[in-house]
Design a protein around this ligand. Structure first.
Ligand SMILES: NC(=O)c1ccc[n+]([C@@H]2O[C@H](COP(=O)([O-])OP(=O)(O)OC[C@H]3O[C@@H](n4cnc5c(N)ncnc54)[C@H](OP(=O)(O)O)[C@@H]3O)[C@@H](O)[C@H]2O)c1
Length: 310
């Protein structure tokens, strides 16, 4: 497993991490096996959110109940969670009160004293950056949160936060897979008048994150679209799967490793956030951590997913 020091922190992190959004219905044994196999594969970084599960903090609680972490176990893990979504609305809430109360509830559900990284989940149109700064200062001073970041945010939204937030924003979690790749596909086709791909949907977020030492975390790395099912083995993507399968055979890894490597090969040094609850898929994906895809291979996968190289 490839690891690196997460810029803005002293945390050494793997470039493939385990998301726990889908564990609500899993038994204690299943959750324990999932996390144990991930750890054996070099994945000690876990991604949560207050909204994952059938009720608020459901997956955080499921995780804590199943794992019953000792202080020593806890110290070996990097636990990230998120706040800012109010599902009962639905709406988004980056207010001081909401951030603080959500973190306290996450700490209780996770049965831990601290969160390693807290992300603001989805941009709040009514954000007051001064309030976010006050919340972050208080959480940091209390030792409840060690580092902060965002998710699904544009360069302008991050700049706005940075006018008041003094802690480094160390991560931006964004949807990225070979097929759902406008983040990288736009730049390849910039300025092409008749191509949908050239439309900027995120104002150059990949370049912005690279320039500002913000680590991109790719969520839904195998989903074809927005929770539409995976592209791996999907008959709607015959050309892409043919390339994936050929490269998988060449590198002697399962196909999921190639789909992972397409993201880890990007020089922005991204983290891939797995959502599978299958231990063998976690093992397979972990094998994609450090596959040295050539430029020709990376672009072949990109073209086979339907993106233009004009
Ligand atoms: N920041 C955000 O806004 C945001 C949004 C969504 C998710 N996330 C994070 O990102 C993580 C990953 O999201 P995701 O679960 O949508 O991503 P994913 O890893 O692309 O998808 C995993 C889902 O696809 C299923 N699947 C079916 N066939 C598969 C195959 N061949 N290989 C792999 N998976 C297959 C898995 O089922 P099995 O469990 O049966 O394998 C699981 O339900 C989440 O856990 C969460 O931590 C963040």
């Amino acid at each position: 497993m490839k690891t690196f020091t997460l810029p803005g922190t002293d945390l050494v992190v793997p470039n493939v991490v385990l998301g726990l959004m889908r564990i609500q219905e899993k038994t204690d044994d299943e959750v324990r096996e999932l996390v144990s196999v991930a750890r054996d594969s070099g994945i000690n970084f876990l991604d949560h959110a207050d909204v994952y599960g059938s009720a608020l903090h459901g997956c955080e609680r499921r995780f804590a109940e199943a794992l019953r972490l000792t202080p020593a176990d806890r110290a070996e893990l990097i636990i990230q969670t998120k706040c800012g979504i109010v599902p009962s609305g639905p709406y988004f809430d980056f207010s001081y009160e909401h951030i603080l109360s959500s973190v306290d509830a996450s700490l209780a559900a996770l049965e831990t004293d601290y969160i390693d990284i807290l992300l603001l989940h989805r941009p709040d149109a009514l954000v007051e950056p001064e309030e976010v700064a006050r919340a972050f200062d208080e959480l940091s001073a209390a030792g409840k949160v060690r580092a902060f970041g965002v998710s699904n945010q544009t360069p302008g939204q991050i700049e706005l936060l940075k006018r008041h937030v003094t802690q480094p924003l160390v991560a931006n979690q964004l949807q990225l897979s070979i097929t759902h790749a406008s983040l990288v596909a736009q730049g390849v086709a910039s300025n092409m008048a008749d191509l949908d791909q050239s439309i900027s949907r995120d104002n150059g977020i990949v370049d912005y994150c690279r320039l500002n030492d913000i680590t991109i975390q790719a969520w839904s790395p195998f989903q074809a679209g927005f929770f539409t099912g995976v592209f791996l083995g999907n008959p709607d993507y015959p050309e892409l799967n043919a390339v994936i399968d050929r490269l998988a055979a060449a590198y002697d890894v399962p196909p999921i490793a190639i789909a992972t490597a397409w993201i880890t090969r990007h020089p922005a040094q991204m983290q891939v956030v797995l959502g599978t609850t299958s231990p063998s898929r976690v093992q397979g994906a972990a094998l994609g951590s450090d596959i040295p895809l050539t430029r020709a291979e990376w672009y072949e996968l990109f073209r086979a997913a339907g993106h233009a190289v004009p």
